[in-house]
Design a protein around this ligand. Structure first.
Ligand code: ATP
Ligand code: MG
Length: 397
């Protein structure tokens, strides 16, 4: 019999380890930085035991952000830049992983795998592109062969494509991790993540997987960030200082809320391809509010995010004893959190710290968990979502 090639041998030995250490990498649409979560897993599926060993977000520099923004969520871009950034981001993320490991005092040889999300540069569900004959589409760059070669660690990546191949929109993939890590029989829970876009997973008290809902809701921080950048030259509204100095403009808010995406039936996905400053400018024109002070605009956009989230929960999930756990950068925006609490007075609102999950690390943890599942070979089946085994393998040598 032929000997198994060394990559496959290594893969088998990692897959068979009862306890694995994996790094989850998340670089979201906010382009704030790379989230790096070193996790320890034993077991798989609903029997997964997980521990967060270390977590860091390494902020991106201005030059890198500008380079990525030049090709991000735009229909017309410099294709050579796309090609080069695909290579560069893979290798750059590898360097950041090595930096984090050195900082934590951990030897790369003691890490079994990296699960890398990559950098989304375009997300085009059918509801956005509307082109007959084409499936849902999404594109994450930062090739994982570079990550594997740079770090010497087996790397699993490109999780979203299998979901699309199986008929999904490639998002939100939080579904799988939220069910595996945060279900609690007897308690109805909403796991709300507010990154660039806000998404949620509803976990019913019954534990009935057919009743689980996971969907994007609408803008989380993306519009607030874009307005802060344009009018205040700031990447985001730190602690809502700008929004708190302004007032909600009700006319503008009404027009923003009239967007048809908010009435589409869940599950649905979206991105800055739809929710961007062009959408805001159109709404300002339609409501005759183009000249409002920029702080009123930021306040109104914060209200919009909170309102859209609260409206969705009220319309679809409201019940006695509903517990909401927030995560993502938006959970650090005090105004956004207060507004959500106020609008959902019947719901118990906390952040995922209450579940023992660092709210900033949650998305990166979820990808590490998908990596653990990819190694276990489990096809995850939840309700009417595609039952898929996600991720592609890249070897260091
Ligand atoms: N202290 C804070 N005050 C207000 N907003 C904050 C604060 N900290 C973080 N944020 C917001 O959170 C954003 C980053 O959130 P996060 O990293 O969860 O999003 P992301 O990278 O887009 O990921 P995802 O893919 O989950 O959307 C920042 O751009 C900012 O808008
Ligand atoms: Mg981020």
């Amino acid at each position: 019999m032929l000997a198994l090639n060394q990559n496959l041998q290594k893969l088998v030995s990692i897959a068979q380890k009862p306890v694995k250490r994996g790094i989850g990498l998340m670089s979201g649409t906010s382009l704030d930085g790379l989230d790096i979560a070193l996790c320890q897993f034993s077991g798989t599926g609903l029997a997964t035991q997980f521990k967060l060993l270390n977590f860091s977000t390494i902020p991106y520099g201005e030059h890198f952000k500008t380079e990525v923004q030049s090709i991000f969520s735009k229909r017309t871009v410099d294709l050579e830049k796309v090609c080069l950034l695909n290579e560069y981001i893979g290798s750059f993320h590898g360097e950041l992983v090595l930096k984090a490991l050195a900082y934590w005092g951990i030897n790369p040889a003691d890490v079994d795998f990296i699960a890398s999300h990559g950098q989304t540069i375009y997300h085009a569900p059918k509801s956005l592109h509307k082109q007959a004959g084409y499936p849902n589409g999404t594109l994450q760059i930062g090739d994982s062969d570079h990550l594997a070669v740079k770090t010497g660690i087996l790397t699993i990546s490109d999780f979203r494509q299998k979901h699309i191949a199986a008929g999904g929109e490639g998002a939100p993939l939080a579904l799988y991790g939220d069910v595996l890590l945060s279900s609690k029989p007897g308690e109805s829970r909403v796991l709300l993540n507010m990154g660039g876009i806000a998404n949620l997973t509803y976990l019913p008290a019954s534990g009935d997987l057919n009743k689980v809902i996971c969907t994007d809701i609408g803008p989380g921080n993306t519009l607030i960030d874009a307005a802060c950048k344009k009018y205040f030259n700031k990447p985001y509204d730190e602690n809502a200082v700008i929004a708190l100095s302004g007032n909600v403009n009700p006319q503008l808010l009404d027009v923003l809320l009239a967007h048809s995406f908010f009435n589409e039936v869940a599950p649905k996905t979206t991105g800055p391809e739809l929710f961007n400053l062009a959408y805001v400018a159109e709404a300002q024109q339609a409501s005759n509010t183009s000249d409002i002070p920029p702080e009123d605009l930021v306040r109104t956009l914060t209200e919009l995010s909170a309102q859209v989230i609260a409206n969705f929960i009220k319309a679809n999930l409201l019940q006695n004893n509903l517990h909401l756990f927030a995560s993502g950068g938006g959970a650090s925006n005090p105004l956004l959190m207060d507004l959500i609490k106020c609008k959902l007075s019947q719901v118990t609102v906390a952040n995922t710290d209450a579940l023992g999950i660092n709210p900033d690390a949650k998305e990166a943890i979820l990808f590490a968990l998908l990596g653990n599942e990819a190694l276990a070979g489990n096809s995850i089946s939840i309700g009417n979502n595609p039952a898929v085994l996600m991720g592609k393998f890249s070897f260091p040598v």
